[in-house]
Ligand binder design. Structure first.
Ligand SMILES: C[S@@+](CC[C@H](N)C(=O)[O-])C[C@H]1O[C@@H](n2cnc3c(N)ncnc32)[C@H](O)[C@@H]1O
Length: 242
C-alpha cells in the first residue's frame, strides 16, 4: 500500500494495462456522470430531451445514492458507491492522528465526516463546511452527537477557516465547484499549520486541472495515494516556507 509519505507515482501497474479505448470510454462515462450530478443541483439536467437521454453515457456505479444531488452520499446507503469510494482505505491513507484539526471543505452530506471525527478523536476537531443550506441542515442533524465536529456555512469564494489551525484540509469532490481554483487554494494557505497538508480527491479524470491550479498557487505535490478504484488522492503543501 502506498502511504502519504511516499513519493508521487504514476498510475498503478494494473491500470496501465487497461486498453486505451476502454479507458477513454470509462473516463468519459465517469466525468459525464460527475458533472451531471453537479448540474442537477441547479436543475439544468432536468430539462434533458429523451433523445439526449438515450445518447448519454452509461450511469456509473459510483453515482451518489441520495435524492439531494450534487452533495455526495452517506456511507452505508449504497454498496456500489461505498465500493467506489472505499472510505476505510481512504481515511487510513490520510494518515491522521488523535488530537489533530481537520477541515472537510464541501462536506455535503458528510460522506467522510464521521470517519474523520473518529480519526482525530475527542481531543481533535473536524470543521465541516458547505454552501448548501439543505446539505448543511442534514449534516448538522447527523453530526449532532459528535462533540468534535463543527458544521459551518461558508460563502463560495471564502473557505471560512481560522488561520494556523489545520493539520489537514480535505477537498473531496469539491474543487470543480470553485470559480477560481488557484484563488481558492491561495485562500486555504493561511489556515494550515506550518506542517499542515491539503488532501485533494476526485475522479481521476479531474486530476489535471487541480494539479495545474496547485502549481500555479505555489503548492508542491508531496505524496500521492493510488489505491482507490476511481479516485486520485494527492497531498499538497506550500512549496516555499510561509
Ligand atoms: C459532490 S459534493 C462532495 C461531498 C463530499 N465532500 C464527498 O466527497 O462526498 C460537493 C459539495 O461541495 C459543496 N460546495 C460547492 N462549492 C463549495 C464551496 N465554494 N465551498 C464549500 N462547499 C462547496 C456543495 O454544496 C456540495 O455539497
Amino acid at each position: 500500500m502506498t502511504t502519504p509519505s511516499q513519493p508521487v507515482t504514476a498510475m498503478t501497474p494494473s491500470r496501465a494495462h487497461v486498453a486505451p479505448r476502454r479507458l477513454t470510454f470509462v473516463l468519459l462515462g465517469v466525468v459525464t456522470a460527475a458533472l451531471g450530478a453537479c448540474r442537477s443541483e441547479s436543475g439544468e439536467a432536468k430539462h434533458q430531451e429523451p433523445a439526449q437521454k438515450a445518447a448519454a453515457a452509461p450511469v456509473p456505479a459510483q453515482e451518489p445514492p441520495t435524492e439531494l444531488h450534487g452533495v455526495g452520499g452517506i456511507e452505508g446507503e449504497q454498496a456500489a458507491y461505498d465500493q467506489s469510494r472505499q472510505p476505510a482505505k481512504f481515511i487510513a491513507a490520510l494518515g491522521l492522528s488523535q488530537g489533530q484539526h481537520v477541515a472537510d471543505v464541501g462536506a455535503g452530506l458528510g460522506y467522510f465526516t464521521p470517519r474523520l471525527s473518529e480519526a482525530v478523536g475527542p481531543t481533535g476537531q473536524v470543521v465541516a463546511t458547505d454552501i448548501n443550506d439543505e446539505a448543511l441542515a442534514l449534516l448538522r442533524k447527523r453530526m449532532s452527537e459528535r462533540k468534535n465536529v463543527v458544521v459551518r456555512k461558508v460563502s463560495p469564494d471564502d473557505p471560512g477557516l481560522e488561520p494556523d489551525k489545520y493539520d489537514l484540509i480535505l477537498l473531496s469532490e469539491v474543487d470543480h465547484f470553485f470559480s477560481d481554483r488557484v484563488d481558492y487554494l491561495n485562500r486555504l494557505r493561511p489556515a494550515l499549520t506550518p506542517t499542515g497538508r491539503i488532501a485533494v480527491t476526485h475522479l481521476r479524470a479531474m486530476r489535471p486541472p487541480l494539479v495545474a491550479a496547485a502549481q500555479a498557487a505555489g503548492y508542491a505535490i508531496t505524496s500521492e495515494y493510488n489505491e482507490l478504484p476511481e479516485h486520485y488522492l494527492l497531498f499538497l503543501q506550500p512549496a516555499a516556507s510561509r
